[in-house]
Design a protein around this ligand. Structure first.
Ligand SMILES: [Zn+2]
Length: 178
């Protein structure tokens, strides 16, 4: 799995800074996010219905499309917001893509792996290599009781502030012992 990179410079090259500032309010509010090689896509609720934004991000300037009124002529706040959303939370675009633990090379890929791999799956893998929950609790400093509630929340799609650190501990143990 390899995601096409987008950086803030590319957005700054095509967008006014005021537009980028406005866009911050819309980051993370897209639904139906998807990525297909260098095309990213997402839909957002606007004042006049849903706006669908498409960006082609392997070019500089970026190619864009948004069906809002302003989007016809300029790089609108929705387009900027989709770009920022992709930079900040790339896993929302590729939630159906799985990353192989063995292919992780960068910290960004660690983050992606953590965001797309359910807690329960990591615990199941730990179990297979005979690492117990109490060892995990010991290492992470997160109590068994907390771990149990974090796993439940994660299964229900809820995010706890300790979810990522706990997953990171799991990942470390898996790398160390398997
Ligand atoms: Zn727009």
């Amino acid at each position: 799995m390899q995601l096409t990179k987008l950086n803030e410079e590319q957005l700054k090259n095509i967008s006014t800074s005021i537009n980028l500032q406005r866009a911050e309010n819309y980051v993370g509010k897209f639904h139906d996010c998807a990525v297909d090689s260098s095309m990213i896509k997402g839909t957002i609720k606007g004042n006049h219905g849903d706006y669908t934004v498409t960006l082609k991000i392997d070019t500089d300037p970026i190619e864009f499309e948004c069906n809002c009124e302003k989007g016809k002529n300029m790089f609108c706040k929705h387009a900027a917001a989709l770009g920022l959303t992709y930079i900040y939370t790339p896993w929302e675009f590729a939630s159906n893509q799985k990353m192989d633990r063995k292919s992780i090379r960068t910290t960004e890929e660690i983050k992606f792996f953590i965001k797309t791999t359910p807690m329960k799956q990591l615990l199941d893998e730990l179990k297979k290599i005979d690492v117990s929950i109490s060892e995990l609790a010991d290492l992470s400093g997160i109590t068994m009781k907390q771990i149990s509630s974090i796993v439940k929340e994660d299964t229900n799609g809820k995010h706890h502030t300790l979810t990522d650190p706990l997953k990171l501990s799991c990942l470390y143990l898996l790398e160390k012992y398997s």
